[in-house]
Write a protein that binds this ligand. Structure first.
Ligand SMILES: [Zn+2]
Ligand SMILES: [Zn+2]
Length: 308
């Protein structure tokens, strides 16, 4: 990680730490569910930043004797861990809100909650503009994701202020727990979105159709084989893995067939940097699994269709 990226990561950890302490104090002072939910968010931000840093670092370790495919899935594991933590805290906030709604007790001393939320708003604003300058210089994906998140936190801190004003000054009892519930659902929505990508990686989901087609297009731009089939693709962290079968002339020499495979590997590596390719040779006409189109269907069929 280069220095501006590390400094930006440290800045967001420091902001989350400071806001966590301030919000814990405000939550105790006011008993507000909205403040409690926003405290949960700051603590989760802290865990998220630390786990993301650790997960990304672990995932970047090169392949070793025990993990010949690399450690890419560590990133997805770290993301799933976060999702679990978020789900549990959102559930705890929901329970607290329901308890508050059913006992008509209200929050007290709203000015503490409002003051802390204003500080949080200003600090978050400063952090996001700093992140923007780092993103412009480094194009870091990790800081980019963090940036999107802190932007949504601006909204969240604003919502806490609105909730406390409504309940504390305008006498709208129940506004606070209802805003708390809304924030809890917002957290769960974010967790769900993060988990989809992680689960896809852990389940070895196929690449999106468009990327798959691009691969077949690049491969079929080369010669010496026909009928590209049994194509399987997956992504693990920042690495792509691909395997497929091709038909070659049964009388071709091993050396010539090897040249065909090498040329394919080079062309694919040019188009998809860091890709790992495994190619199986069939003598033309060979059919292993006649009733399974997933295995035997010619993946390049769509190319011929568009040519016609
Ligand atoms: Zn947050
Ligand atoms: Zn085959």
């Amino acid at each position: 990680m280069n220095r501006p990226v590390r400094r930006a990561a440290l800045a967001s950890v420091a902001v989350a730490l400071l806001l966590g302490a301030l919000k814990a104090w405000a939550a105790l002072k006011t008993g507000s569910v909205a403040v409690l939910a926003s405290l949960a968010d700051s603590l989760l931000d802290l865990v998220a930043s630390l786990v993301t840093l650790g997960g990304v670092r672990w995932a970047m370790q090169p392949a070793d004797a025990e993990h010949r495919f690399g450690h890419g899935k560590a990133e997805a594991l770290a993301a799933l861990f976060q999702v679990g933590v978020i789900a549990v805290s959102a559930f705890a906030i929901l329970l607290r809100a329901i308890e508050r709604l059913s006992t008509d007790q209200t929050s007290t001393d709203p000015e503490y909650g409002i003051g802390v939320s204003i500080v949080a708003f200003v600090l978050t604003l400063a952090l996001t503009s700093y992140q923007r300058s780092v993103i412009r210089r480094t194009r870091s994906v990790a800081i980019g994701a963090d940036h999107v998140h802190y932007q949504s936190d601006l909204l969240l801190n604003g919502a806490v202020i609105v909730a406390l004003v409504l309940e504390g000054y305008l006498g709208l009892a129940g506004a606070d727990p209802l805003f708390g519930i809304a924030i809890a659902f917002w957290l769960m929505f974010g967790a769900w979105r993060a988990s989809v990508e992680a689960i896809n990686q852990l389940m070895d989901r196929e690449w999106p159709e468009e990327k798959r087609r691009r691969l077949v297009e690049v491969a079929c731009g080369l010669s010496g084989f026909e009928r590209l089939h049994d194509l399987r693709t997956r992504t693990s962290g920042n690495r792509d893995f691909v395997q497929f079968h091709i038909w070659v002339d049964p009388d071709m020499s091993v050396a010539a067939a090897h040249d065909v495979v090498e040329a394919l590997e080079r062309a694919l590596a040019d188009e998809f940097p860091g890709i790992e390719v495994l190619i199986h040779l069939d003598p033309a006409g060979q059919v292993d699994d006649p009733h399974n189109p997933l295995v035997e269907a010619d993946e390049s069929a769509f190319l011929k269709e568009t040519k016609r």
